[in-house]
Design a protein around this ligand. Structure first.
Ligand SMILES: CC(C)(COP(=O)(O)OP(=O)(O)OC[C@H]1O[C@@H](n2cnc3c(N)ncnc32)[C@H](O)[C@@H]1OP(=O)(O)O)[C@@H](O)C(=O)NCCC(=O)NCCS
Length: 203
């Protein structure tokens, strides 16, 4: 029988080529709120992101780490300190050793490879340090950029849940993507997935 995850572990600080990815904290609250209240960002995110305050989000993030059920991070520019990305692995099931990946990049930083960089680091940590066996992600129909992020990391599409969420335009389908520990790391052929950065870790 596969063994369950150990008790909750402290949230790390992950460093990539351009980002420092640290647990979400109070100083991030305003920028998180601005990110999630941006209509082009929340278009394909769960409904509650549109109405939740940044402080509530951070409170929930702290509780998740205490309980070992979620690790939510903020990625900032290594040099600039600028807010770039909110990313997390949540809905962690310690018996099934599974968790769900979610991410959103501040609009001024789109299309510069930040989602790929941050997800690579967090997925790498989730498999190698946290000990997950499966990482899952769900993507709303129409969110091609997010599908590309997952495909580059080696996630496989596993099925479609019809009208499973309410989006800005009404009910929408969700595609489920999954990646298993023994499928990681992705083949070197996948452009832009840089594991040397993902391996560095502090804290
Ligand atoms: C999805 C999202 C995180 C992508 O972030 P990003 O930093 O721009 O992504 P990257 O630069 O790493 O690009 C990853 C891939 O997506 C593609 N992509 C990014 N934006 C795109 C767009 N608007 N249209 C088409 N493709 C796009 C890139 O070209 C790249 O694909 P490639 O490998 O074929 O070149 C960002 O658009 C976002 O925050 N969206 C709103 C929140 C959201 O939808 N989160 C995901 C919920 S499942």
């Amino acid at each position: 029988m596969p063994r369950p995850l150990r008790s909750p572990i402290p949230a790390p600080v992950l460093e990539t080529e351009r980002l420092v990815i640290a647990p979400a904290q109070s100083r991030d609250a305003d920028e998180l709120e601005a990110l999630f209240h941006d209509p082009r960002v929340h278009r394909y995110l769960p409904y509650e992101r549109r109405i939740e305050s940044g402080h509530t989000f951070v409170e929930r993030a702290r509780r998740g780490v205490r309980e070992g059920s979620a690790y939510r991070f903020v990625g900032r520019g290594r040099d600039s300190g600028e807010f770039v990305v909110s990313i997390g692995v949540f809905a962690i099931d310690r018996w099934d050793r599974s968790g769900e990946l979610g991410y959103a990049v501040a609009r001024s930083h789109w299309r510069r490879g930040y989602a790929t960089e941050a997800t690579t680091a967090v997925v790498d940590w989730s498999f190698r340090r946290l000990g997950l066996h499966r990482v899952e992600a769900v993507v709303q129909r129409g969110n091609r950029p997010s599908e590309r992020v997952l495909e580059r990391l080696g996630f496989r599409p596993e099925g479609r849940l019809r009208d499973a969420v309410v989006s800005a335009r009404g009910f929408n389908d969700l595609s489920v993507y999954g990646l298993l520990a023994d499928e990681w790391p992705p083949s070197a052929r996948r452009r832009g997935v840089n594991l040397s950065g993902a391996a560095r870790r502090t804290g």
